[in-house]
Design a protein around this ligand. Sequence first.
Ligand code: NDP
Ligand code: AOF
Length: 583
Amino acid sequence: MAFALGAHFSPPICKVGNISHAHADDAAYVRRAADLSEKSAGFTSPHPNFGCVIATSSGKVAGEGYLYAQGTKPAEVLAVEAGGERCRGATAYLNLEPGDCHGDHTAVSALVQAGITRAVVGIRHPLQHLRGKAVCALRSQGLQVDVLGEDLQSKVIEEARKSCLLVNAPLILRACSRVPFSVLKYAMTLDGKIAASSGHASWISSKMSRSRVFELRGRSDAVIVGGNTVRKDNPRLTARDGGGHMPMRIVLSQTLNLPKEANLWDVSDASTIVVTQRGARRNFQKFLASKGVEVVEFDILNPRDVMEYFHDRGYLSILWECGGTLAASAISSRVIHKVFAFVAPKIIGGKNAPTPVGELGMVEMSQALDLIDICYEQVGPDMLISGFLQPVPDLMPVIPSEDETFAIDPTVTPYESSVISFYKTWDPYGAFSNFSPHPIQMPDGDGNYVTWSSVEHYYQAQKFIGVNDPAAQDCVEKIKAVRSPEEAARIGRSMQRQYPDLVWSSVFLKGISNWLLYFDYMDIIGITKSVILLSTADKDLLYYFVYFLFFGSYKKKKKMDHLGGPCMQLMNEVRHNSSPHSY
Ligand SMILES: NC(=O)C1=CN([C@@H]2O[C@H](COP(=O)(O)OP(=O)(O)OC[C@H]3O[C@@H](n4cnc5c(N)ncnc54)[C@H](OP(=O)(O)O)[C@@H]3O)[C@@H](O)[C@H]2O)C=CC1
Ligand SMILES: Nc1c(N[C@@H]2O[C@H](COP(=O)(O)O)[C@@H](O)[C@H]2O)[nH]c(=O)[nH]c1=O
């Protein structure tokens, strides 16, 4: 699949004065960058969408690129590679200011070295620790940098800026709130029902609409349903594209009165988490755990707390495919940002047939929630109506960080400052992440050094190396071949789910050495152990991957099975020993 193109895109011609002509061109190229940036959707877990278009002074596109996945080549690098010599004196159009999770200014250096003389940036990076850095770096290298809405202002520019905001809405939201971007999707008949009175709902929307839903799932970190939808529909909630990104499946159930036989308990294709109320049906919780389903308990199960929890676990984008009961609760809790309603030209009737949104406590039409930025699209015989329930926060002038908001309004709780949380490479401290895109060299069984694209590639492959089974060897080769650490993780985890016995014992034995490798890896990427010691001296280092079943759960301090305990012990030693750790 090509993702760096020498494309044939030309901006629409505008015949009004020179400035508006230039603005129309700039706006069209930035919009093109925003459209391109979306092409990565569904390949890996959602990540910031970056696109880059390079246009020559005569208005021809020299090269284009988009970020395929976390940890792969930046869009700017791909675009200058495609543009070659034609980049000299050209303008680079970026929907989003580059983020520097590599620690080596890759995107900025690529543009400078290619001879780009002007950059037009759709929006500044929303994350505080990256915001403005690349714009400054490019300017300090002598490039003219125009940021939409700051250096360029007009109606067309404003529209282009908006397309940049929309294409990265989940990231923007992450910068200013503590919940993931949530989309409520449903399919209803023309008379507003999401099922017949019997509860039967397959199918309301057409095959084409349902394929569109698979695509939406592929763009999401997780899909959520309520307990009743599990009981009535026995859904699978997979993206169905055979090998692409599979969202986590999440069930919210207070009673845990769920069937023993359910498609969601088969975790061979995708993982499932059941979120429930503390103490609910302990035996059923054990049963779910035996199936490989994670159970998370809350004191009171409300959508906002659940969303804050998944935000803290690094989730960026959630698709709600529940019925009206949970949908109403989620809307009331103000966690739903966007709605996708598929309306099918069918009438089913039924006084008690369920509707998409249950009780919201509104009594007058003036209280109705108005959608904004509405789109109407025909999908086969159905109409898809989408729109935002809450505006995407504007970055102008600057979204205050939660810490800054706390300084003004102490009732707003800032992030727990004693915890360093990282998972995604673009988060603060993201370079610590096992997804960080730095190749490592590790000795193989014969002592020869082999290069792995990232620690994640190496780690996932270790699960199968030495396992005497052709399927395991095939899996190692697949892991080696994929470009992004997240793809490596997907292959490794899905094999692990399919063949738990094959994998487990070998991983267990290798576990500690992998952890030690992790510290070596930090040396490789230039973060020495002493820096770790300094920067974490009075902090709890919260490694998200200790959530994984294998490591046990450090945060919940519940199960320190497998590696959870030894990891924390080792970390405490590293943190508190002044002498270098011996390994
Ligand atoms: N056409 C469509 O797009 C869709 C249609 N449907 C249809 O809708 C019907 C089911 O609708 P509905 O009963 O509303 O299903 P929901 O998916 O909304 O499930 C409701 C259940 O969610 C759980 N829940 C957990 N936390 C909360 C909370 N804070 N507030 C509310 N509920 C919570 C409870 O589960 P528990 O009881 O286990 O504690 C509750 O009974 C089915 O007939 C199904 O076919 C469903 C989804 C989409
Ligand atoms: N009935 C209905 C939908 N229902 C939703 O899809 C789920 C089933 O997903 P799966 O088992 O993966 O095919 C179901 O539980 C409910 O959330 N969706 C739609 O796009 N159109 C429809 O007509």
